[in-house]
Each structure stands twice: as structure tokens, then as C-alpha cells.
Ligand binder design. Structure first.
Ligand SMILES: C[S@@+](CC[C@H](N)C(=O)[O-])C[C@H]1O[C@@H](n2cnc3c(N)ncnc32)[C@H](O)[C@@H]1O
Length: 271
């Protein structure tokens, strides 16, 4: 079995996301079709260039992956990367915190990061990835500040919240201080009502876990139109959603919410 074969381990990063995206499509059969295509990508390692494959990413993304590459066959790995994210990523995983903190992005891909980063697929290590977030050792990281902007998928956000708490428990036990800058959407009814947004009345487990933790140091809400997310594909800022900005950490925080907001707005001026 090649390491590119689909396994429960590597697909669990996406199994929640894929059905959720395609469930909203009227034809239910599309889910099976998409799963089949997705597994084929890995099974057959689809690295053949389709027409204009390179045009699917921006010049900035291309420069980034070229610079980060440490493998032995850039053409094949680049084509695999674009194939995988063209299928799975463009609609759901590309929006980013504008690049302003040269730290470690706990959720990312070679196509939407500028700093050190984790990403879901093993083959992305050739592009400098530190591997899957759920296996990444935050305590051993050289960075004091790390950012966490997970896919906006409830189960992934809940699992990420649980893991951040356990990683900070380990950091505290080791006497090491870490600060995590987290952004997640305003999906809790309380904040939705306070902001007069549509209240879906749904519990938001990830936010509850973070808020209930002793590592929840500071909190603010980011206005959708003022704090826009960066789209690496289009090289522009998008007013995606109102977000919780959470400074999460053990010990004294290495950055405050107001510093993050200031840097966010300053970075946005460049786009
Ligand atoms: C909202 S984007 C984050 C974009 C940008 N890197 C940032 O931090 O703002 C979420 C990213 O999480 C990545 N992702 C999904 N599962 C992951 C996992 N298990 N480990 C690391 N990254 C993962 C996706 O590839 C996607 O690029």
C-alpha cells in the first residue's frame, strides 16, 4: 500500500467536510461520486497535468510552493497538490487570516500559508508542512505564538478545541508558555443574538469548550466587514463572516487581541 492510498486516518480530516459541502447539492448520489473521485486521486496518484492546471492557482501561490519545495519531483507533487485542492479545497478551505504573524499556522495548506504550518496530507511535507495538526507537537514547537484558523466544520473545530486544551495542559506541565490565536465563526446563539445576526439556536461545542477553559485569556468579536479574510487564490480580501477572536494560552499571553486586530488591519492595507 502506498502512503497516498486513502486510509481512515487521512480521510478523517475530510470525511465531515466532503459530505457537508455536497449534501446541499440536490442530487444525493453526488456524495458517492465525489468520494469515488477523491479516493481515486490518492489511489492512482493523479499527477497528470490537465489543461491549464497551473492557472488554477495565483502567481503568488506558485512562487510560494516553488520556494518551499524540498522534494525530488516538483511537477508531479505540484500537480497532485492542485488536483487535491481543486477538488476539495476551493469552496471551503481557502480563506485565511491575512498573513501578518510569522508564526505557525496550525491549520493550513501549501496554498494558503506564508509562515510555518500544519496541513492534512503527508505528501505536503515536501512543501514544508509540519504534518497533520492532530499529530503536531505544539509544546515542542519553536514558536511561542501559534494561530488556529480551522476549517469551519463543527466536528473539526470541536476536536481542535479539545486538542488545544490537552496540548496546553502538556505545555503547562512542562513549564513552557504558549499563546494560540484562534478564529472561529460566530455560531453560538448568545453572540448571534447580541449582534442581531440570525440565531440558528444551535449549540456550538467548540466555542463552549474554549470558553469554559482556564486557557481562555481574552476574547473579542471581529466585524465581518472590517476584519476580512484573505483569499490566496484571488489575492483579495473577502468579508466572510463575523468571527470570535480568542487569545488562548497558558501563562502570560505573548500577544493581545488588540495587537492582533491592529496587525490584521495593517496587513489588509496591502491587498
Ligand atoms: C480556514 S483554512 C486556514 C487557512 C490559513 N492557513 C489560516 O490559518 O488562516 C483551514 C485549513 O485547514 C486545513 N486542514 C484541514 N484539516 C487539517 C488537519 N488535520 N491538519 C492541518 N490542517 C488541516 C485545510 O487544508 C485548510 O487549508
Amino acid at each position: 500500500m502506498s502512503k497516498f492510498d486513502i486510509t481512515p486516518d487521512n480521510f478523517t480530516n475530510w470525511y465531515v467536510q466532503v459530505p457537508k459541502i455536497y449534501m446541499i447539492w440536490p442530487a444525493r448520489g453526488i456524495i458517492e461520486e465525489m468520494y469515488e473521485y477523491y479516493t481515486k486521486l490518492f489511489r492512482e496518484r493523479m499527477v497528470e497535468p490537465f489543461a491549464n492546471l497551473d492557472n488554477l492557482i495565483s502567481a503568488r501561490q506558485m512562487a510560494r510552493i516553488k520556494k518551499a519545495y524540498t522534494g525530488t519531483n516538483f511537477e508531479a507533487d505540484k500537480n497532485m497538490l492542485i488536483n487535491v485542492y481543486s477538488f476539495i479545497g476551493i469552496t471551503a478551505v481557502h480563506l485565511s487570516i491575512p498573513p501578518f504573524l510569522r508564526t505557525h499556522e496550525l491549520f493550513g495548506s501549501p496554498l494558503n500559508t506564508t509562515a510555518d504550518y500544519c496541513s492534512p496530507f503527508e505528501f505536503e511535507r515536501a512543501f514544508g508542512s509540519s504534518g497533520n495538526f492532530f499529530e503536531f507537537d505544539i509544546v515542542a514547537s519553536k514558536h511561542n505564538i501559534l494561530t488556529c484558523n480551522p476549517p469551519f466544520v463543527e466536528d473539526i473545530m470541536r476536536m481542535a478545541a479539545e486538542r488545544l486544551v490537552s496540548e496546553l495542559d502538556r505545555a503547562a506541565a512542562a513549564g513552557i508558555t504558549k499563546t494560540i490565536v484562534i478564529t472561529i465563526p460566530v455560531w453560538d446563539p448568545e453572540t448571534q443574538r447580541r449582534l442581531r445576526l440570525k440565531d440558528y439556536g444551535m449549540p456550538f461545542a467548540a466555542f463552549d469548550i474554549l470558553k469554559g477553559s482556564k486557557y481562555f485569556l481574552e476574547h473579542d468579536v471581529l466585524d465581518k466587514f472590517k476584519y476580512r479574510y484573505y483569499d490566496y487564490y484571488k489575492n483579495k480580501l473577502i468579508p466572510a463572516c463575523f468571527s470570535h477572536l480568542i487569545i488562548f494560552g497558558n501563562g502570560r499571553p505573548a500577544i493581545t487581541a488588540s495587537e492582533v486586530k491592529k496587525k490584521w488591519l495593517a496587513a489588509a492595507k496591502h491587498f
